[in-house]
Design a protein around this ligand. Structure first.
Ligand code: RIB
Length: 295
């Protein structure tokens, strides 16, 4: 469950600093949103996906529905907010594929506990519930409690970075932060394998069994009861990192649902995320299962 956005992407040589105006090169719109990206990644990579989200009563919302349905995603519990616009993200991508993003969440902000209650049957059916934080934290927390109540595994991608209560984290089985989010949750700056271990250990001490920190071109740091190590990233020519983290999360959950170890899930997810960086856009860059080769 999570957000849907329409991404408005401008490519430029560099990312602007505060107060600066720069000329960009190209502009495209693309479907995005961390929730929708992760749902589509899970579906393309072999998962059977139901997605819970909220759109506005507008063209972007209709386009989002169209894409989800054509991606084989059960969209029965995509709610419509008649008062707010659909979520939009302004995405800037530089010449080395790095990005910065500002999200206007719109209808994503009104995904409520009541909506989650209505979608309870989908929690009962699921093996894994995957959540991010582009929706209200209170709603995410409620959904996590519901999932735990039904005995489900919860995977949290704590993005965008937000401070979270210990009671929330305590219910999370596996957390997938990036470097910035891991720093926010642990108070430790990640510069190498040792600091990644320390950050993961600190996050795990809040009650999360498995911590996998995504480190971009440096791979991912896996911290689980039986494994504490770096999983290296594939060496690819990256053109746009937008949506790579979401691809990692969707891929990770599919492999987890298939009964693989946390280490193997990270390897599979790393491969999928690396491929996603070789193409432009979020959902447009997500690979299919047949694209992934693990050595
Ligand atoms: O993680 C990438 C996503 O973040 C983009 O698709 C954008 O919509 C924002 O939600």
């Amino acid at each position: 469950m999570g957000s849907c956005n329409t991404d408005m992407i401008v490519r430029a040589d560099t990312l602007p600093v505060p107060g600066e105006t720069i000329l960009g090169e190209s502009f495209i719109t693309n479907p995005g949103g961390k929730g929708a990206n992760q749902a589509i990644a899970a579906s393309r990579l072999g998962g059977d996906v139901s997605f819970i989200s909220k759109i506005g009563n507008d063209l972007f919302g209709l386009q989002t529905m169209e894409i989800l349905r054509s991606s084989n995603i059960d969209s029965e519990y995509i709610f419509t907010d008649r008062k707010s616009p659909s979520g939009v993200a302004l995405v800037f991508v530089d010449s080395v594929g790095e990005n910065s993003i500002v999200v206007a969440p719109g209808a994503n902000s009104s995904l409520s506990k009541e909506d989650i209650r209505k979608a309870a049957c989908k929690f009962k059916e699921a093996d894994i519930v995957l959540i991010q934080l582009e929706i209200p934290v209170g709603t995410a927390e409620y959904a996590v409690e519901m999932a735990i109540g039904y005995g489900k595994k919860v995977v949290l991608n704590p993005a965008p970075a937000t401070a979270l209560d210990a009671s929330f984290l305590n219910n999370v089985n596996t957390i997938l932060p990036n470097r910035i989010e891991a720093q926010m949750l642990s108070g430790i700056r990640i510069t190498d394998e040792q600091s990644a271990f320390s950050a993961a250990e600190a996050i795990s001490s809040k009650g999360v069994e498995n911590v996998v920190i995504t480190l971009g071109k440096d791979g991912a740091y896996v911290y689980s009861p039986d494994c504490k190590t770096i999983v290296k990233a594939a060496n690819v020519h990256s053109v746009d990192t937008t949506g790579a983290g979401d691809t990692f999360c969707g891929a990770f959950c599919v492999y987890l649902a298939e009964g693989n170890s946390i280490y193997d899930c990270a390897r599979f997810a790393n491969a999928a995320a690396a491929l996603a960086t070789t193409r432009v856009g979020a959902q447009s860059s997500i690979p299919y299962r047949s694209d992934i080769v693990i050595y």
